[in-house]
Design a protein around this ligand. Structure first.
Ligand code: PGA
Length: 259
């Protein structure tokens, strides 16, 4: 596959943390840590809980901050009797650009199946937003040596029925479950090997030009110290950061380590 340069994408997944007051404070810390020029060098996305989306939209737009607004989840239907759910259209109206789908916490704790991941990713794309589709194996699967096949099958299931022009815009995130929130990050080599394998799978499903455009992140215990090492690898196009994104200074340092 021909080597090309892809713009890095660094996402902060706040999970169920920060009230809307704390969200605003965290963005102030981030602003004090990174410059406008820094934010041009990579795509930086914040995925707060739904309750902070409007506050952050207001700040990002009023202050013309080069940060994209992201969401952590949505339902695939447009509207209707789905108590507690949020539609892609509702997120779009808040100027959300990226939506995480298939995070292992949703797959495990909320029974999100490959089929639901696929339907949701399609609904996000149809609403003109970009899905950040998470894949990754458990410790048991890795120990059995089945991780490459397992992740490839998750990628295939998530992209089932996707048109080629849509696939070019998506983001995939390799997040080994054993590395999430454990402090036990994958090595940069492990991340590179899996991201390259994911790209090969996309190339088989579509073609090499498409696979070359898809951005593939690594996520799992990323911090200020290890962030730079992952993104030096050719197939690792950015990071999905949980814990270290909750502190604006730490997340700013992660960004600075990558750009
Ligand atoms: P972590 O979470 O950085 O806290 O390990 C990553 C994620 O779940 O996206």
């Amino acid at each position: 596959m021909e080597k090309i340069t892809r713009k890095k994408i660094i996402c902060g997944n706040w999970k169920m943390n920060h009230s809307h007051y704390e969200a605003v404070q965290t963005i102030q810390q981030l602003k004090a840590t990174v410059s406008e020029e820094d934010l041009i060098k990579a795509d930086v996305v914040i995925h707060p809980p739904f309750t902070s989306l409007r506050s952050l939209q207001t700040i990002f737009e009023a202050e013309k901050l080069g940060i994209f607004l992201g969401a952590q989840h949505c339902y695939f239907e447009k509207s209707g009797a789905f108590t507690g759910e949020i539609s892609p259209e509702m997120l779009l109206k808040l100027h959300v650009t990226f939506v995480i789908v298939g995070h292992s916490e949703r797959r495990t704790l909320f029974n999100q199946s490959d089929e639901i991941v696929n339907k949701t990713a399609k609904a996000i794309s149809e609403a003109q937003m970009i899905p950040v589709i998470c894949v990754g194996e458990s410790q048991k699967i890795r120990e059995a040596g089945e991780h490459f096949d397992f992740v490839a099958s998750q990628v295939e299931a998530a992209l089932s029925g996707f048109r080629i022009d849509t696939v070019k815009r998506i983001v995939l995130a390799y997040e080994p479950i054993w590395a999430i929130g454990t402090g036990n990050n994958a090595t940069a080599e492990d991340a590179q090997d899996m991201c390259a394998s994911i790209r090969k799978k996309v190339s088989e499903l579509y073609d090499s030009d498409t696979a070359n455009l898809v951005r593939i992140q690594y996520g799992g215990s990323v911090n200020e110290e290890n962030a730079g090492s992952f993104c030096k690898k050719y197939d690792v196009d950015g990071l999905l950061v949980g814990g270290a994104s909750l502190d604006g200074v730490k997340f700013g340092n992660v960004i600075k380590a990558v750009i």
